[in-house]
Write a protein that binds this ligand. Structure first.
Ligand SMILES: CC(C)(COP(=O)(O)OP(=O)(O)OC[C@H]1O[C@@H](n2cnc3c(N)ncnc32)[C@H](O)[C@@H]1OP(=O)(O)O)[C@@H](O)C(=O)NCCC(=O)NCCS
Length: 178
C-alpha cells in the first residue's frame, strides 16, 4: 500500500505566488503515534468550518483508514479511505497543513488512497467536501448528494451540521484491478 515516496504533480499554484512543489514528502499508512497530530490538524480546520471535526476516539478507532504525509519526520497532511460497502468507499478527513497547501500534497494523499481503493476492488470512491474544485482537479465529478446510497447518511445523522449541511458530493469511478 502506501509508503513509497511519491512525486508531486508538476502543476503550479494559482495566484501571484508560485509555490515550490513540496519535495521529500512521503505518504505512508498512519500509526497510533500519529493520531494526536492528525486530530489536531483536522480539528483546527474544523474550528474554521473548513471540515468536520473528529474526536480522538474516532481517529483511533479508524486509524487503519488513514495515511499521513510527512516531510523530514514532520506530519504535514492526512487523509482516510473508509469502506462503506462492496461498491463504495469515502475519502474523509483530508487535511494538509496550511503552510504546505497548493504544493501537490493533498493530491499525493488522494492518489495513495485511490491506489488502496483499487487494490481493494472498489469501483467507486466519493467525498463530501467544501472544496469540490480540489477533487474535480483529480477527476472527480460533482453529483447530487441525494443520488448517493442511504448508507452514507449513517454518519451524517451524528454530525452537528445535520440536516443543514452544505457539503458537495463528488465521485470518481475506478478501474478495478483484477
Ligand atoms: C483541500 C486540501 C486538502 C488540498 O490540499 P493541497 O495539498 O493544498 O492540494 P494540491 O496542492 O494537491 O492541489 C491540487 C489542485 O487542486 C486544486 N485546488 C486545491 N485547493 C484548492 C482550493 N482551495 N480552491 C480551488 N482549487 C483548489 C488546484 O487545481 C490544485 O492545483 P494547483 O495548485 O496547481 O492549481 C487543503 O487545501 C486542505 O487541507 N484544506 C483544508 C481542509 C479541507 O478543506 N479538506 C477537504 C475536506 S474533504
Amino acid at each position: 500500500m502506501a509508503g513509497m515516496e511519491r512525486r508531486a504533480p508538476s502543476s503550479r499554484a494559482k495566484g501571484d505566488a508560485v509555490l515550490p512543489r513540496a519535495s521529500g514528502v512521503t505518504v505512508r499508512p498512519a500509526v497510533v503515534a500519529d493520531v494526536e497530530a492528525m486530530a489536531e490538524m483536522i480539528n483546527a480546520y474544523a474550528a474554521r468550518g473548513e471540515m468536520l471535526p473528529k474526536s480522538l476516539n474516532q481517529v483511533y478507532q479508524n486509524v487503519r483508514d488513514f495515511v499521513v504525509a510527512e516531510q523530514a519526520g514532520r506530519l504535514i497532511g492526512c487523509g482516510a479511505l473508509h469502506v462503506l460497502w462492496g461498491d463504495l468507499a469515502e475519502i474523509r478527513s483530508l487535511a494538509v497543513e496550511e503552510a504546505f497547501r497548493r504544493r501537490g500534497i493533498g493530491s499525493q494523499i488522494v492518489s495513495v488512497l485511490l491506489h488502496d481503493a483499487r487494490e481493494l476492488g472498489l469501483p467507486q470512491v466519493f467525498a463530501l467536501t467544501f472544496k469540490p474544485e480540489f477533487f474535480q482537479a483529480l477527476g472527480f465529478r460533482v453529483v447530487d448528494r441525494e443520488s448517493l446510497p442511504r448508507k452514507i447518511w449513517v454518519d451524517c445523522i451524528d454530525c452537528v451540521r445535520f440536516p443543514q449541511c452544505d457539503e458537495v458530493a463528488v465521485i470518481l469511478d475506478l478501474e478495478v484491478v483484477t
